[in-house]
Write a protein of this length. Structure first.
Length: 269
């Protein structure tokens, strides 16, 4: 059974029936003291109603997970704890790695898998991403599977094929029950950390392609439950444009999530 941690007061989007999810990917930023401060500030600036429309997950570096777990639990904050990565094996001789069962013990709900920075700098292949998806589900957590084309691939007109390949490889082995629980982040690689996001039409097209992969394998009922995020230079000024799209159910936010006030404005948008 995958952990379901939806806040009792969280309301699904009436248009789609899906729960919105906005995630802060802090990347390699904030030591544990800074992480506590940022989380406290975010909790301070958000209004109670902000949690009713959107689930919010925070993905700090590994060293911040335990302090944030304690903070969230003790102050009854309505954040879901997330990780940025995990190893696909449950334990063993993998120096420097952290496994899915270790994250699960820290009450982690979501694990980002296959972020483009990991594919690029740490040579994660589609096969590794697939193994991590399996490991995350095996430990009763939910993967946020990152997919997206590079600038060159877009220029060559390969966006659709790349998205189909990345998504299908990551999820094809899943049962329909697990497939519908996936979160996929469509993150065009050229839009990450650049300050220049995709335009909403491109984001919708990418998200629709992601959903179509689930539909081809498992049919409409499963595909209509999968949550899809857009990621890539989201900020308070453009967040609402993405959240209105038919196939976009949330956002994966990097740079703008490092400032609690700006992340709160994204949630409120
Ligand atoms: C990310 O790293 O997932 C991301 C979307 O970063 P940014 O918001 O900085 O583009």
């Amino acid at each position: 059974m995958v952990k379901e941690k939806h806040d009792m007061e969280l309301r699904p989007n009436p248009r789609t029936g899906r729960y919105r999810l906005i995630s802060a990917n802090w990347k390699m930023n904030f030591n544990h003291l800074e992480a506590i401060q940022a989380t406290q500030k975010l909790s301070f600036v958000l209004r109670p109603a902000d949690y009713s429309y959107t689930e919010i997950s925070i993905h700090p570096p590994f060293t911040d997970l335990r302090p944030l777990q304690l903070l969230i639990d003790s102050d009854r904050m309505r954040f879901s704890l997330g990780a940025q990565n995990c190893h696909f094996e449950p334990h063993g001789a993998f120096t420097g790695e952290v496994s899915a069962p270790m994250l699960s013990r820290l009450n982690v709900t979501y694990v980002i898998v296959g972020h483009s920075e990991r594919r690029q700098h740490f040579f994660e292949t589609d096969d590794i991403v697939r193994a991590k998806v399996e490991a995350v589900f095996h430990s009763q957590m939910t993967p946020i599977i990152c997919v997206g084309e590079t600038f060159d691939e877009r220029q060559r007109g390969e966006t659709e094929r790349i998205l189909q390949t990345q998504v299908d490889s990551a999820v094809s082995f899943l049962s329909p029950e697990l497939a519908e629980r996936c979160v996929v982040a469509y993150e065009p690689v050229w839009a990450i950390g650049r300050g220049a996001s995709a335009n909403p039409d491109d984001a919708q097209q990418g998200a629709a392609t992601v959903r179509s992969v689930f539909e081809s394998r498992w049919g409409k009922a499963v595909a209509s439950k999968v949550r899809i995020q857009y990621g890539g230079s989201v900020n308070p000024a453009n967040a609402a444009d993405f959240m209105q799209l038919d196939d976009v159910d949330g956002l994966l936010v990097g740079t703008a999530a490092l400032d609690p006030e700006s992340f709160a404005r994204i949630i409120q948008a």
